[in-house]
Design a protein around this ligand. Sequence first.
Ligand SMILES: CC(C)(COP(=O)(O)OP(=O)(O)OC[C@H]1O[C@@H](n2cnc3c(N)ncnc32)[C@H](O)[C@@H]1OP(=O)(O)O)[C@@H](O)C(=O)NCCC(=O)NCCS
Length: 203
Amino acid sequence: MRVRCGCFHGWANNGNDMSITYFKRYRMQFSLARGLFVCPVLPPYYRLIKWDDELVEAHGEAKFNSFCFEIDASVFPCLGDREGCRRLMNEIAHRDSFLPEATWLLTYQPPDQRQPEFCGTVQGIRGESGSGAIQNLGVTPTHRGRGVGTRLLYQAMRGFQASGLRFVILEVTAQNIGAVRLYHRLGFRKVKTIYKAAEVAYA
Ligand SMILES: CC(C)(COP(=O)(O)OP(=O)(O)OC[C@H]1O[C@@H](n2cnc3c(N)ncnc32)[C@H](O)[C@@H]1OP(=O)(O)O)[C@@H](O)C(=O)NCCC(=O)NCCS
């Protein structure tokens, strides 16, 4: 086992092919008192589906396809595993703090497609002191850059607002530059830097 100390600075090797890496993460915050950002219009054939207990599998599938090749699958290995994503979704949905109003599935079904494709997911939980926490916002690769990630986030934020929460927090890996830029552009601000240890295979 190797240990990478700090954020990618140096090693300690104790003999096998895994290393502990510390990933820099930002906690970002959005005050709901200032109002929400503009709601993007959903492009044709997309639908937002509110939470239902039957949707654990669908959310798990959307989560896996959104995260499996992304940096967060190294930070949280369950995100790189289909069954891990399903279990995580099930675990989130059974927390006392789970907030169905802030949990949304995105589907895509053009007229020539028999089944809807599960192409995006977001979950919300109630945090401490009047906060809501965004969990695992994800859009599958072929659907990115069309505003649907922003729309999923907006939908979750509306759910937090309707539940009487005052602010929203999320955590994002610093290397995930696109996501950090998106959150910043929408009005989230960094409030804390955290280091998350994860065991990572190295070549
Ligand atoms: C982060 C993520 C959810 C964003 O989803 P998305 O659907 O691509 O988000 P949007 O389309 O709303 O915004 C992405 C960019 O497309 C642009 N965009 C928005 N609407 C657009 C449109 N109609 N046409 C073209 N571009 C558009 C946005 O301006 C934004 O630009 P920016 O990168 O300069 O901020 C997605 O990249 C993802 O799932 N990543 C992997 C999982 C992950 O890391 N999630 C975050 C965990 S914290």
